[in-house]
Design a protein around this ligand. Structure first.
Ligand code: NAD
Length: 261
């Protein structure tokens, strides 16, 4: 996969999956724009790429705010004049709480980042790609966008919505040279999964981690780099006629109904 000279725009690029994707795009020649609300870590991702001789800049933004989204799109155009690959990835997990108890403000917060943030990214990047008549978009959904997860109603609803947005946008722009896909990770070894472990097993998150990983057919979490590899594939010409897809990367969990082998 060669991204030499391509412009990659990545939300949630300060940490976890987004950071791994930023580094992977840069290693393969892309110029990277990292967007996040975590300025210290976002500057860290861009700095790490520059240290390796790559081209990267950081733009601070809250993806739930339309003005911020317009500003990160404009900053990318000012710097590079185009957007080739958009990784629409920023997300939050919310709280582990059954639907009967779920906090309403937390529900709004999760929908705000995971649904409105992804929508606003599409809303403001698609016109750029329509003018270019080219581009690829990967939205980060989750296996929680395909099956229910008791205790995570807001997150599950939000990720089902990301898949709906992906399917809809893909059909709208397919004849304009633009592909829109979703990546659906199972549990990935990032800050997010460790936050969920701490909520499930407050006294000893290590116990929740071991139990959870043992329940997966492959016996381990996916690494952020393994998700990044699929994101790059879906952003590259190697996946030239793939659009509207939900690409599952979950150690076999969804295929086997969550059962370990
Ligand atoms: P992470 O917490 O390490 O990274 C998420 C990033 O998004 C952070 O840098 C955070 O600052 C940023 N972000 C959050 N809200 C934002 C906002 N309003 N504006 C701008 N930036 C914001 O977690 P991660 O695991 O790398 O998650 C990345 C994506 O992958 C998310 O969409 C998440 O739902 C999804 N995902 C993660 C897992 C997992 O197990 N880790 C599984 C399935 C899907």
């Amino acid at each position: 996969m060669d991204f030499t000279g391509k412009i990659a725009l990545i939300t949630g690029g300060a940490n976890g999956i987004g950071r791994a994707a930023a580094l992977a795009f840069a290693t393969r020649g892309a110029k990277v724009v990292v967007v996040d609300r975590d300025a210290a870590s976002g500057e860290g991702t861009a700095g790490a790429i520059r240290q390796q001789g790559g081209d990267a800049r950081f733009v601070a933004a809250d993806v739930t705010k339309s003005a911020d989204v317009q500003a990160y799109v404009q900053a990318t155009l000012d710097a590079h004049g185009r957007i080739d690959c958009f990784f629409n990835n920023a997300g939050i997990e919310g709280r582990v709480q059954p639907t009967a108890d779920y906090d309403e403000a937390m529900f709004d917060a999760v929908i705000g980042v995971n649904v409105k943030g992804v929508f606003l990214g599409l809303r403001h990047v698609l016109p750029v790609m329509l003018r270019q008549k080219a581009g690829t978009i990967v939205n980060t959904a989750s296996v929680a966008g395909l099956v229910g997860t008791p205790g995570m109603p807001a997150y599950v609803a939000s990720k089902h919505a990301v898949i709906g947005l992906t399917k809809t946008a893909s059909g709208e722009v397919a004849r304009h040279g633009i592909r829109v896909n979703a990546v659906c990770p199972g549990p990935v070894d990032t800050r997010m999964i460790h936050s969920l472990e701490a909520q499930l097993s407050p006294g000893d998150p290590g116990v929740a981690s071991q139990r959870y990983q043992a329940s997966l057919p492959t016996g381990r979490y996916t690494t952020p780099e393994e998700i990044a590899n699929i994101v790059l594939f879906l952003s590259s010409d190697l996946s030239g006629n793939v659009t509207g897809a939900q690409w599952v990367v979950d150690g076999g969990r969804t295929a086997t109904g969550g059962a370990a082998t």
